[in-house]
Design a protein around this ligand. Structure first.
Ligand code: NAD
Length: 494
């Protein structure tokens, strides 16, 4: 990756964007727009449509028509596969430009964004493309004289509502399996991270996705998002975002057509380090990356570091040393390790969490400040906090910022009890050389994903399920196809 190419891409003027409905780019019906501001410098970048219910209704009608006439839903899986694979190739060809576009809008450091956004999205499209002509139905073990078939069918119109932290990656986790299975989709990106997804959808058309199968409608959650959730013609709602929004979506489903609602929500994930970890240096470096990459705006961020008492101070010193070396700044400058916080509102929210500490001086071991305010952008120092417990807001609430709470523990059971002492259950890390201990921890911790001697960093072959208030569905892996297919029984009396 070369800095001069990134610099050229970052200076490209972005003309106002439109929704993508029925294969055409269009303004919102009212002509209203939303300003897009870059977190890098606070400057106005461009505008996107402020879509409302009438825009959503139009897009949903188009998606429904496309589903019903079979232009995609009736295509042989092997043909859908070709389109998805071609699409993945086009995304890869444009990877750097897509990554820079996304970073200008959401502030993720470019090194991370390139891997986690276009390349990850391309891998997802390819994975579900490759998979879909290998998915079989079943024949039930019935009595002689009966043929019981269990067929898997696409459901209809899928509404996908996604957040701003990794729009391409998370967007692809939804539209990849939904489209592979033959559904039509209406996608609403976050109002502050729509540009790269709009481009991704255009590349889908180029790859051969028939117009009308995938719509992208931009706008606010309380307007466009809510209209999707309340639509009676949306059959499945797949969502990644904050818990309070997820709760509303379930209500909207109940108020409309009882559409299935899949929620991928937040976390407050524990990363647990035992004194017998195989490599404490690696554990310390990983603990730092686990929380501070993308300024902590990662659903599986290891925001609570639990350290065995006997190594507590020594390990905390290592973590502080690695953290102090991180360079925060312009996310498009390759020499920086950490980019911008996504918005000023999020930055102020992060700082408010620190203000809620009883004894700031005693609690904050490192960081705690807004940085380079003169840039006009939104930057925050990686922050480490100790002497907190489960009663403190900072311990149990998801901050979604670069704030790490460090907590000592003495016994395995105590570590499990602290780990489970939140309403979330998304991810966890365990560092130990003791295989039996690792499995006991994995059994005891109520999280959808537990990694041992590494933190998060899995691949497409495994799901990312949420437990407790972290959600009820899971993206990734073949299991995700189940969210977007109906089982149909055909019982034949021979
Ligand atoms: P958010 O809930 O505010 O927004 C997410 C999306 O929902 C956006 O597109 C937004 O416009 C829309 N929305 C907001 N209000 C809505 C409403 N009333 N009706 C319909 N749609 C609405 O979340 P966010 O701040 O963008 O994202 C951060 C959250 O996402 C964090 O909690 C994070 O942990 C979570 N997250 C989870 C995962 C996962 O896989 N579990 C992955 C990434 C992020």
């Amino acid at each position: 990756m070369e800095q001069n190419i990134i610099d050229e891409l970052r200076n490209i003027q972005i003309t106002p964007r439109g929704n993508l409905i029925n294969g055409k780019i269009s303004t919102s019906l009212s002509g209203e727009t939303i300003d897009v501001v870059s977190p890098i410098d606070g400057n106005h970048m461009t505008m996107i449509p402020r879509s409302r219910r009438e825009d959503v209704d139009l897009a949903v009608n188009v998606a429904k028509l496309a589903f019903d006439d079979g232009r995609w839903s009736n295509q042989p899986p092997v043909d859908r596969k070709k389109v998805l694979i071609k699409w993945a190739e086009l995304v890869e060809k444009e990877a750097l430009s897509l990554a820079v576009l996304g970073v200008r809008e959401n502030g993720t450091e470019i090194n991370m964004a390139l891997k986690a956004e276009p390349f990850s999205a391309a891998a997802t499209l390819r994975y579900y493309g490759e998979a879909i002509d290998k998915v079989y139905g079943e024949i039930a073990p019935t009595a002689e004289g009966i043929l019981g078939l269990i067929k898997k069918e696409p459901i209809g119109v899928v509404g996908a509502i996604v957040p701003w932290n990794f729009p391409l990656m998370i967007g692809a986790w939804k539209i990849g399996p939904a489209l592979a299975a033959g559904n039509s989709v209406i996608l609403k990106p976050a109002e502050s991270a729509s540009l790269s997804l709009l481009r991704l959808a255009e590349l889908g058309l180029e790859a051969g996705l028939p117009p009308g199968v995938l719509q992208v409608v931009t706008g606010y959650g309380s307007e466009a998002g809510q209209a999707i959730a309340l639509s009676k013609d949306v059959d499945v709602l797949t969502f990644t975002g904050a818990g309070p929004t997820g709760r509303k979506l379930m209500e909207f489903s109940a108020q409309s057509n009882l559409k299935r609602v899949y929620l991928e929500l937040g976390g407050k994930s524990p990363n647990i380090v035992f004194s017998d970890a195989p490599d404490l240096e690696l554990a310390a470096k990983s603990a730092v990356n686990a929380i501070f990459r993308n300024s902590g705006q990662v659903c599986v961020a290891g925001s609570r570091l639990l350290v065995e008492h006997s190594i507590y101070q020594n390990f905390l010193d290592k973590v502080c040393n690695y953290t102090a070396k991180l360079k925060v700044g312009d996310p498009l400058d390759l020499s920086n390790d950490i980019g911008a916080v996504h918005s000023e509102a999020q930055l102020l929210k992060n700082l408010r969490f620190l203000d809620s500490l009883k004894n700031r001086e005693k609690n904050i071991v490192l960081g705690g400040d807004r940085l380079i305010e003169e840039s006009g952008g939104f930057y925050m120092s990686p922050t480490i906090v100790e002497n907190v417990n489960s009663k403190d807001e900072i311990f149990h609430e998801e901050i979604f910022g670069p704030v790490l709470s460090v907590i000592p523990f003495s016994k395995d059971e105590e570590a499990i009890s602290i780990a489970n002492d939140t309403s979330y259950g998304l991810a966890a890390g365990v560092w130990t050389s003791n295989l039996s201990r690792a499995h006991k921890m994995a059994n005891g911790i109520k999280s959808g994903m537990i990694t041992v001697n590494t933190y998060a960093g899995t691949d497409m072959t495994v799901p990312l399920p949420g437990m407790k208030e972290s959600g009820n569905g899971s993206d990734k892996s073949l299991h995700s196809l189940e969210k977007y297919t109906n089982l149909k029984t055909v019982w034949v009396n021979l």
